[in-house]
Design a protein around this ligand. Structure first.
Ligand code: DGJ
Length: 700
């Protein structure tokens, strides 16, 4: 059995004792391979006499597995082991449906595996049906994928609020790595992504295997070193004790596990994930991503309608295309302690509602966007005063506040209906093109009225609310925000059109954050905003050019009060927005490329599918150790073509530049792609915490 992608072959061997296992996940293989010899393990002493099943697509307890199982379940403490037989495989177009049965434990299993032929991302999900009495389900993974023994180095993506997507490297010589998240959202600290690489792999070198779980709640991803040195990675939802019981005949389907392979390093892995997301996941692909002004950092809770209208006018004048009114518009919302959950405009701030501001914005030719946080309420809100039973809680325990708010139990039909009605009214009555959908706290005592844990049901109900609004208002885009990038997984991305990557808008920090996030998030959905200096999260001061150059490579936005800009900043910002719009077709559809950081200098870029155009961000993070910058190698170009390299406006040459470097700001330099990729050229030197954007156009 096999599936073939563009550059990947997935070869499966049927096991004598049940489910198939992956015997090859990597480079394309020639046709007609007989898999039986590949799985015939030499007998070692002191092991089970028959074939052990530690590497199947769905490893279970009681089959010779001594590592993490995909299933933990029982019928009143019986049937805690599982062995699936009666395996049938139904091949489709790039898909395999594997069905199996355990007559002893009375369980039926369906595994859906797919590797679309044009790409390199496979998907795997499990559906378990209970054919016995009530089944307590403690864990159900989407399945397991196996990387070869060469996958020695592991990378996780974590940090904390304002510091998310930090790539952390470790090795796993033996044992297990467990990435567990219990925050009730994908989280800032344990993003559901695990990348394994060959030793010393870099941005464009070495082999990489990536596993992502598309789920916005609790998760468990494990990596186990197997007896032959290979790496088995399982991913699934993490269930709280007693959270899921399957009645006789009932089923549960897992979220999808997405797994990509690349022999072109970490950036190659990003390219595989981006291509899949663009083709199969994102809705509205190809639509122009409007340059946004978000009011949060320029206004916070201090809403003044007249000033906001003036901000909108100023925003339109610099080229902004979407004006988003952030938190602070609801009744009594002068800070984070009150008003959350009441989705009507504050009559003190908006005596005639939001209509006048929204129409002012649309009258200027911009889209109007509105911030909401539908899953939350302050105790000091009509929503919770009138319905205290609406919050998730555990009877007898204190409700733990976080940012002065509680989480609404959206799985209660009445609560869901009230929240839906409020959002529906806003969308019906106002010309809203975009909702910034925030979620500013973790779930702590998340109990349902019947006392059960409600983490799983909350994600399902939130998805249902998003799906319903998207179906009723298909032109309204939704941004997934959770205090920045706390909910940026592919489960939510299947129903949203943008991610607020991080609350940290410091350009230096953003280089790291965007690099990590870009492993699975393509640039066109990665919110990247130019904010004020000094930066509100770090206090660092950066030039407008540095802030803009870094933000240019995502979905560009502005997060400051445009009325506070000096005249020259106004003009420069308008210049950067114009540059983004000019490069946008390339930036939002091209191939992501990157280089390893060298002497403090980070490089990433985007190359058009036909290699005719490219743009690179060259950023000097720390002061270089060496006197001269190392030659700049630009990855991804057509080696046989000639490229004209320029430093486009509004970037300005500094006085001490050499004559060659000054030409970059004028007519540009013409060099062959092969030279640029292999030998490089001397870039203009950069101060620490500054950057250059290079534009390349193929001449011949
Ligand atoms: C957290 C978000 O990440 C911010 O951008 C902003 O919307 C605030 N919440 C508002 O409370």
């Amino acid at each position: 059995m096999r599936l073939d992608g563009a550059r990947t072959t997935l070869l499966l061997a049927m096991r004598s004792d049940g489910l198939p296992e992956i015997v090859h996940w990597g480079a394309c293989l020639p046709p007609g391979i007989e898999t039986a010899p590949l799985r015939d393990r030499a007998r070692a002493r002191n092991l089970p006499d028959d074939d052990t099943a530690e590497a199947s697509l769905f490893p279970t307890i009681g089959t010779g597995l001594f590592r993490t199982p995909a299933l933990a379940a029982h019928h009143a403490v019986q049937d805690w082991s599982a062995a699936f037989t009666d395996v049938a495989v139904e091949p489709g177009d790039g898909t395999l449906r594997i069905t199996a049965h355990d007559p002893v434990a009375r369980l039926r299993l369906v595994l859906d595996l797919a590797l679309p032929p044009e790409g390199d991302v496979m998907t795997l999900r499990a559906t378990l049906t209970n054919e016995g009495e009530a089944l307590t389900l403690d864990h159900l993974a989407a399945g397991a994928v196996r990387a070869p023994p060469g996958a020695t180095s592991l990378r996780t993506y974590g940090g904390h609020w304002g510091h998310e997507f930090t790539e952390i490297e470790s090795t796993l010589p033996d044992g297990s790595l467990v990435l567990e998240n219990r925050r009730g959202r994908a989280s800032h600290d344990r993003f559901p992504l695990l990348v394994a690489t060959s030793p010393g792999a870099g941005e464009e070198t070495g082999t990489a295997w990536g596993v992502h779980l598309g789920w916005s709640g609790n998760h468990r991803i494990t990596a186990d070193r197997l007896a032959d040195g290979s790496l088995l990675v399982l991913a699934g939802e993490l269930l709280m004790p007693g959270e899921v019981t399957l009645a006789p005949g009932e089923s549960l389907s897992t979220p999808s596990l997405y797994a990509a392979w690349s022999d072109a390093g970490l950036a190659g892995l990003s390219r595989a994930f981006h291509a899949y997301a663009r083709r199969h996941l994102l809705t509205l692909p190809g639509a122009v991503r409007p340059v946004t002004l978000n009011t949060w950092e320029g206004t916070y809770f201090d809403h003044d309608q007249a000033r906001l209208m003036a901000q909108a006018t100023a925003a339109a004048a610099i080229g902004i295309e979407r004006f988003v009114l952030d938190d602070g518009w609801m009744p009594g919302r002068i800070g984070p302690r009150a008003g959350l959950g009441d989705w009507t405009p504050d009559p003190a701030k908006y005596p005639d509602g939001l209509g006048p501001l929204a129409r002012h914005v649309t009258g200027l030719g911009m889209q109007f966007g509105l911030w909401v946080e539908p899953e939350m309420a302050n105790p000091d809100s009509a929503a919770l005063r009138d319905h205290p039973e609406a919050a998730l809680a555990v009877a007898g325990r204190p409700q733990r506040l976080s940012r002065h708010q509680l989480v609404l139990d959206l799985a209660q039909p009445a609560v869901w209906a009230r929240v839906h009605a409020a959002l529906d009214t806003l969308l019906r009555e106002l010309p809203i093109a975009y909702l910034k959908w925030d979620m500013n706290r973790d779930l702590i005592t998340a109990g349902a009225p019947d006392g059960r844990p409600a983490y799983h049901a909350q994600v399902v109900a939130t998805y249902a609310l998003m799906d319903r609004l998207r179906s009723d208002y298909p032109d309204v885009e939704i941004e997934s925000c959770a205090s920045g990038g706390g909910r940026a997984d592919w489960g939510v991305l299947a129903r949203t059109q943008r991610v607020w990557t991080s609350d940290c808008t410091d350009a230096l920090e953003r280089l790291r954050i965007q690099r990590g996030a870009s492993r699975v998030l393509p640039p066109e959905i990665m919110g990247a905003h130019i904010s004020a200096s000094p930066n509100h999260q770090t206090g660092r001061r950066h030039t407008l050019a540095f802030r803009a150059a870094v933000a240019l490579f995502g979905h560009l936005g502005v997060e400051l009060d445009p009325l506070a800009l000096a005249a020259e900043e106004h003009a420069e910002l308008a210049g950067w927005i114009a540059l983004h719009k000019r490069l946008r077709p390339l930036l939002h559809a091209g191939r992501h490329v990157a280089a390893d950081t060298l002497d403090g200098r980070a490089l990433s870029g985007v190359v058009a599918a036909d290699s005719a155009r490219a743009a690179y961000l060259v950023a000097q993070q720390a002061a270089p150790m060496r006197a001269y910058p190392a030659p700049l190698l630009l990855p991804g170009l057509d080696a046989a073509a000639q490229y004209r390299i320029t430093v486009p406006a509004p970037q300005q040459p500094v006085a001490e530049l050499s004559a060659t470097h000054r030409t970059l700001f004028a007519d540009g330099l013409v060099l062959p792609g092969g030279i640029l990729g292999q030998a490089g050229f001397s870039p203009p030197p950069l101060w620490p915490e500054t950057a250059t954007v290079l534009e390349l156009v193929r001449e011949s």
